[in-house]
Design a protein around this ligand. Sequence first.
Ligand SMILES: Cc1cc2nc3c(=O)[nH]c(=O)nc-3n(C[C@H](O)[C@H](O)[C@H](O)COP(=O)(O)OP(=O)(O)OC[C@H]3O[C@@H](n4cnc5c(N)ncnc54)[C@H](O)[C@@H]3O)c2cc1C
Length: 321
Amino acid sequence: MSTLVLVETDADGVAETSGEALTFARGLGDPVRALVIGELSEAVTSQLSDYGVEAVHHANGPAFETYAAAAWAAAVVAAARETDAGVVLASGTPRGMEAMAHSAVRLGASMAANTVEAVSRHPMVVNRQVLGGSVLEQMQVDGDIAVLTVAGHACEAVPADAPTTPAISTLEVEVPESDLIAKVVRTEPGEPDESGGLKAARVVVGGGRGTGGPDGFGDLTELAELLGGVVGVTRVVTSLGWRPHAEQVGQTGSRISPELYIPCGISGAIQHWAGCSSAKTILAINTEADAPMVTKAHYAVIGDLHEVLPAINEELRRRRG
Ligand SMILES: Cc1cc2nc3c(=O)[nH]c(=O)nc-3n(C[C@H](O)[C@H](O)[C@H](O)COP(=O)(O)OP(=O)(O)OC[C@H]3O[C@@H](n4cnc5c(N)ncnc54)[C@H](O)[C@@H]3O)c2cc1C
């Protein structure tokens, strides 16, 4: 029995979200096999080796020149049967979601979307995000094959302890015309990322209502600069016009996964938490010890941010000479 991962690629090789899905798959314990559709570059093969993949199944040909969810599902089903897959998964991207939904129907399998954690493998029980990440629910996926998608940034993309030498094979896939009736016919670049680097930032200093107003962000911005990070804010802050919407973190803003998140004067409402829960370390600064953000944080300073932040900045400047 194996775990089959549908891998999406981009100009750099394995897409980051697929790296996360491969890491998630390794955690399930069965040998991990990858399905790559379309071009298979050396960069992709080498990265799949780093992720500990045992075999790569490559589907290529005219049917895969442009994306068609049903055609991808035909490849997933062929690979799942060839590999005796017990779990078939993809990252929770639009393509991953579509291909897995089609595949689950064709395999007669149960599916859980947006999983963030595998609770057990036998039976397959997962935790997954619903309602835009504001609620977690536990789901048991019965049947011979479980089909999953992994929510973006639910886990970090981490290479295996030791690289593998994956066997590469060409997958024979029958793709009828009926699988190509909905396909991509044109692509063009989308809106540029105007989050100011928020989504990719390693350090984010957050500001909420507790900043007191648009003039209350000076120390916070300085801390972000001192740490090489950026500012992120709550919806209250953007709704009041204190800062631009591009800086909003949360369910209706950007989802961030920095190494360090420092939420200042932020209560930690579930809609905000949905956007920052993947931060590796959270240091909350808040006057209220029982604010949800404080109780969920790894570290907290209970105090007025207008006193705490200048003290931190001064100490950082002093240490840097
Ligand atoms: C459909 C929907 C979608 C939403 N989407 C989002 C979203 O994407 N992102 C988001 O952030 N919110 C979102 N919200 C709003 C969310 O529910 C909260 O209202 C919001 O996150 C609260 O913002 P806040 O923490 O800044 O304010 P508050 O909840 O008012 O918290 C202010 C905090 O500051 C502390 N404080 C006050 N003064 C100081 C001080 N001087 N020093 C230190 N601490 C101080 C207080 O103790 C308190 O904990 C959404 C709501 C809905 C209904």
